[in-house]
Design a protein around this ligand. Structure first.
Ligand SMILES: Nc1ncnc2c1ncn2[C@@H]1O[C@H](COP(=O)(O)OP(=O)(O)O)[C@@H](O)[C@H]1O
Ligand SMILES: [Mg+2]
Length: 260
């Protein structure tokens, strides 16, 4: 039975896609079967792992309960080759995703559709990881409902730290639950070691507000990430010896051991 993880933060540019890409890749490298779901309206995840010409996408999965979800699951492509253990349900770019969101508003069980579709394939994977946009639309509600765990990347900036509460409030609304019932991990990301003030503020804030839920791994700011993104590659493919690659190997171990 797959562990279903939603990567979320109410703020954009905080590392959601980078975390999805690199965490998923490291888990697959370790032999776990991983399925990505791309909900982001920039379809960044799909740019990493598909040729952007897939016949089916997440909309097909959500709009019709008779649609066979297997048809929308594609092997992830890295440097032109299929990566073992790594699969993706692609997204589409902005206009299509906006229309999909609008089309779903009038449908029955519009927020539970991903959950219901994933049940059909949950035994085929160890992890399903959903990348989300920084909004609270119907598509994100599907990812939130389906997920049993949340990874919340955050910079040590006030709007990004506030974005954690936005996500936690949203999860409570959608799942009709209390914060202490949510299995979540806050991952400090893009952290600049030299910016001492915000570093200390962020460390203290997380230790006080999320003492049990802050990752031990910090994703430090490094140009390796922008270089890897430029080539649409996971860090440990773009530069296997880099520290950046090591961060996500560590995070993968933490996630593997974080069994609720
Ligand atoms: N640790 C890091 N250090 C420096 N830049 C980073 C780091 N992680 C991500 N980035 C860059 O920050 C930008 C935003 O990251 P992204 O994962 O796309 O954010 P989001 O999905 O939350 O909008 C990207 O250009 C990415 O390459
Ligand atoms: Mg993104």
């Amino acid at each position: 039975m797959a562990r279903i993880i939603c990567v979320a933060n109410g703020k954009g540019g905080v590392n959601k896609t980078t975390t999805t890409v690199n965490l998923g890749y490291e888990l697959a490298k370790k032999g776990f079967r991983v399925l990505f779901v791309d909900f982001d309206s920039q379809s960044d995840l799909s740019k990493y792992f598909t040729n952007m010409d897939s016949e089916f996408y997440i909309g097909d999965v959500l709009l019709d309960h008779k649609f066979d979800i297997q048809k929308a699951i594609y092997p992830a492509i890295i440097k032109g080759d299929e990566m073992p253990n790594l699969f993706i349900i692609p997204g589409r770019t902005r206009d299509v995703m906006t229309k999909l969101d609008m089309d779903m508003v009038s449908l029955q069980r519009r927020e539970q559709r991903l959950e219901m579709q994933l049940k059909k394939v949950a035994d085929d994977y160890d992890f399903v990881i959903c990348d989300t946009p920084p909004t609270a639309n119907t598509l994100v509600m599907n990812a939130v409902n389906a997920a049993d765990e949340f990874i919340i990347p955050t910079e040590f900036k006030s709007n990004s730290l506030d974005g954690i509460d936005t996500v936690l409030d949203h999860i409570q609304e959608v799942k009709f639950c209390e914060e202490d019932e949510i299995n979540f991990l806050v991952v400090p990301s893009k952290i600049d070691k030299r910016a001492k003030k915000s570093l200390n503020y962020g460390i203290e804030y997380c230790a006080e507000r999320f003492p049990e839920n802050t990752a031990k791994t910090t994703i430090w700011q490094r140009t390796d990430f922008t270089d890897a993104e430029f080539r649409s590659l996971p860090c440990s493919v773009a530069n296997p010896a880099s520290e950046a690659a090591m961060y996500y190997k560590n995070l993968a171990n933490e996630v593997i051991n974080n069994v609720a």
